[in-house]
Design a protein around this ligand. Structure first.
Ligand code: PMV
Length: 348
């Protein structure tokens, strides 16, 4: 029996991929497996209020409020998401929804909110499903939330749980799936617990090419097959690294992944560039600092110009000093966000 009305709220984190997902097949199936750190500070909070309609509507009925203001321009994205998940969430057309959402990070900071946003909304829908069917278990709850989030934005499926999440069929992890993210099942060396990610906001404007288009361009990409193979090899290497704590090798894999992601963009047809001059300045500074001081600090990139600086807890002071002294100057308005590896989404 469907509840008449109610309200649920979730806070879901963003995530940063170590091995990148770039290229997909139909239904948001990734062309290669990926792995990410779940973040802690960069989150989306979503409250979903629902009231039962007298009879099921023909279209999805919802209002969307972003940071307190009604937002019409986000509606098509949610509508597409609802269309994709309707078969799995049969009550979608029986309700009018009010979606109220806000981010912990500044709007248009160049940090994509699609991962945390879609994860938070998927979790809210799962909470309604759980009211209808209280028997569902936590494992199923998280798996289906991840499955739904994936249909909103691929990488969102890695934003349900912490701390390291694997998504996509990968032979070393039998429980891995193309359909949802799973918690990394192997031992994690203390070096990777409490890992830091300081996000340098190099460019806060809109990206010139969306990731949807970028994924699309991996079809018929001259280097696609090699790239997909390389992701598997890099996952094998990371698996060793994560259990041994080998930071040098970690740095090599993670930086290579970031640059390969952007190399794929530069060698697509049409080709495009998302890095900015300051992105490169920061990368060069990190390399010089690392060489001079032997501090295990490295960078990774998303599909944008911002730089994620990754480092272990044990070099935190040194790293922050370096970031403040040398890197903040390259950030737009000196803006950066201190984040770290996190435990996953929370019901609020
Ligand atoms: O989730 P999407 O479709 O926005 O793709 C994002 C892909 C990258 O962020 C560039 C890499 C990744 O694995 O998160």
């Amino acid at each position: 029996k469907l509840p008449l009305e109610g309200k649920v709220s979730w806070k879901a984190p963003s995530n940063i991929a170590l091995v990148k997902y770039w290229g997909k097949k139909e239904n948001q199936i990734p062309a290669n497996p990926s792995i990410s750190f779940t973040l802690d500070a960069c989150t989306t909070r979503t409250t979903l209020s629902y009231s039962k309609l007298n009879r099921a509507s023909d279209n999805f009925s919802f209002d969307l409020f972003f940071e307190g203001k009604k937002k019409e321009d986000f509606k098509p994205k949610i509508n597409t998401f609802f269309q994709r998940i309707e078969k799995y969430i049969p009550f979608l057309k029986s309700y009018h929804f009010k979606i109220e959402t806000s981010n912990s990070f500044p709007h248009s900071s160049g940090i994509a909110s699609s991962a945390s946003g879609m994860a938070a909304l998927a979790l809210c829908l799962m909470s309604i499903e759980k009211q209808i069917n209280p028997q569902i278990k936590n494992t199923y709850f998280n798996q289906k939330a991840s499955f739904l989030a994936r249909l909103g934005s691929g990488s969102a499926c890695r934003s349900i749980e912490g701390n390291l999440i694997q998504w996509g069929d990968y032979k070393a992890i039998p429980e891995s799936s193309n359909l949802f993210g799973v918690k990394y099942p192997f031992e994690v060396h203390p070096n990777f617990k409490n890992f830091h990610d300081t996000i340098l906001l190099v460019h806060k404007g809109q990206k010139t090419v969306s990731s949807t288009v970028g994924h699309e361009l991996m079809h018929n990409h001259p280097f696609a097959q090699e790239r997909f193979k390389q992701a598997h090899t890099n996952l094998d290497t990371l698996k060793e690294v994560i259990s041994s704590g080998d930071l040098e090798k970690f740095i090599e894999v993670v930086e290579s992944e970031a640059l390969t992601l952007h190399a794929m963009m530069m060698t697509s047809l049409p080709y495009f560039l998302l890095m900015k001059p300051n992105t490169l300045e920061i990368i060069n500074r990190i390399w010089s600092f690392r060489q001079a001081t032997k501090t295990p600090i490295c960078f990774t990139l998303d599909a944008g110009a911002n730089v994620h600086i990754l480092y272990p807890e044990k070099v935190k002071e040194k790293a922050i000093q370096f970031i403040q002294d040398e890197l903040v100057a390259y950030c737009e308005n000196g803006h950066y966000i201190c984040d770290r590896i996190g435990n996953g989404a929370k019901k609020i």
